[in-house]
Design a protein around this ligand. Structure first.
Ligand SMILES: Nc1ncnc2c1ncn2[C@@H]1O[C@H](COP(=O)(O)OP(=O)(O)OP(=O)(O)O)[C@@H](O)[C@H]1O
Ligand SMILES: [Mg+2]
Length: 247
């Protein structure tokens, strides 16, 4: 039997809302994730998938229940907790004249470790170079982020969050701008992250490039978790589809 301490992410009876919203968006959610799990979160548009990730990242008011990441309460200790959380957001839009290069944006992933006003070390630069190389961005590392394609920008954000060396990694539709081959490459990379013990939680509507390992499938509907079970990768799409139809 596993104790609560085995779970690096723990949500108990959680209700969350947006500032000014009439009703809670996430309702009575319980979720426990162990180190090294690979989690796919599915469900229809508006089901609450992004809200769930924002809740885990401690970015929303929790009106009931508790959210713990690495043993830290993300409401009471959000700043410390977020140093351990990698989060690739769903919607990003860099202005063409955003004054940062790819290298600088990826280096921002290290700020939680080095602090805004301190100088980065050679280790920080090594982590940045390694993440850039893993995402195949080395040839464009001096380019301005706003002048890259949507898929290239998405890869930069993934690299930034790998450079962060988080304890948990949340990705909201990370494949939405990626071509088929890149999707497979990124998925393999994320599989290695999970194999190293970092739980990877992906919100996705695409299930064609999942790694060959056990996947935890979580389906959301109307702000509630309606399915939460381990699955073979080949069964994930069917599970998400049938859980979405049944609810
Ligand atoms: N900033 C906000 N303020 C108020 N309500 C919001 C806000 N953002 C989202 N919502 C509402 O919360 C609900 C869940 O939204 P959420 O973005 O979590 O859905 P989702 O499952 O991620 O959908 P999608 O697949 O379209 O990304 C929706 O009904 C949405 O209208
Ligand atoms: Mg969303």
């Amino acid at each position: 039997m596993t104790s609560g301490k085995d779970h690096i992410i723990r949500l108990s009876e959680v209700w969350t809302t947006y500032e000014g919203a009439d009703l809670p968006v996430i309702r009575d959610v319980n979720l426990q994730i162990k180190p090294g799990e690979f989690v796919v979160i599915g469900g229809p548009n508006g089901a609450g998938k992004t809200t769930l990730l924002e809740t885990i990242a401690g970015l929303l008011p929790v009106v009931n229940g508790t959210v713990h990441v690495c043993g830290l309460d993300v409401v009471k200790d959000g700043c410390c907790a977020r140093k351990n959380i990698g989060y690739v957001i769903q919607n990003f839009d860099f202005h063409p004249y955003t004054p940062f290069t790819v290298e600088e944006v990826v280096l921002m992933g290290r700020f939680g470790k080095i602090g805004w006003l301190k100088r980065h070390t050679s280790r920080d630069l090594e982590k940045v170079a390694s993440a850039i190389s893993q995402l195949g961005l080395t040839s464009m590392q001096k380019n301005q982020i706003g002048k890259l394609s949507g898929g290239q920008q998405q890869k930069v954000l993934i690299a930034q969050n790998l450079a962060k060396e988080p304890e948990i990694l949340l990705l909201d539709e990370p494949f939405s701008n990626l071509d088929m081959i890149t999707r497979e490459e990124v998925c393999n990379l994320l599989c290695k992250v999970a194999d190293a013990g970092i739980p990877v939680l992906i919100v996705s509507h695409a299930f064609d490039a999942l790694p060959d390992r056990d996947i935890r499938v979580v389906v959301m509907q109307h702000g509630e978790i309606t399915l939460n079970q381990l699955s073979h990768p080949s069964k994930v799409e069917e599970l998400v589809r049938s859980a979405s139809v049944a609810a």
